[in-house]
Design a binder for this molecule. Structure first.
Ligand code: THU
Length: 132
């Protein structure tokens, strides 16, 4: 799957978003080495802190299907933002542990903007298990 297709898959995943509180639908698509793609959308709750982001839902969905960090090759995230959609701090922390350090994360929007960054670039000096 090329980058455009991965982003398009993330755009389509937005339709799965349950976001009655923010009205902000986010979609993510996670590509694996074997060609499989796992999607995620944000799922909110009336108890706001329980909201789950699209990126983590995609990642956890893949892991529940037996995939691990070694399987992941690229991630796309899309929302209706003015600039490229940027993963939140919590997602950056989770990605820094579960997603390859140098694999591309494509941050896009509905207007065709695309910005690529690695998790290392998104979260330098990350806290990890070695710090414990
Ligand atoms: N959201 C994501 O899904 N991913 C991010 O990286 C940023 C925030 C969701 C959480 C919440 O449902 C809504 O966007 C507004 O914050």
């Amino acid at each position: 799957m090329n980058v455009e297709e991965l982003i398009q898959t993330a755009i389509e995943a937005r339709s799965l978003s349950y976001s009655p509180y923010s009205g902000f639908a986010v979609g993510a698509a996670l590509e694996c080495r074997d060609g499989s793609v796992y999607v995620g959308a944000n799922v909110e709750n009336a108890s706001y802190p329980l909201c789950m982001c699209a990126e983590r839902n995609a990642l956890y969905s893949a892991m529940m299907d037996g995939k691990t960090r070694e399987d992941f090759v690229a991630l796309a995230v899309v929302a209706d933002t003015e600039g490229p959609t940027s993963p939140c701090g919590a997602c950056r922390q989770v990605l820094s542990e579960l997603f390859p350090k140098e694999a591309p994360i494509y941050m896009s929007n509905l207007h065709g903007m695309v910005q690529k960054a690695s998790v290392e670039e998104l979260l330098p000096f990350a806290f990890d298990g070695d710090d414990l």
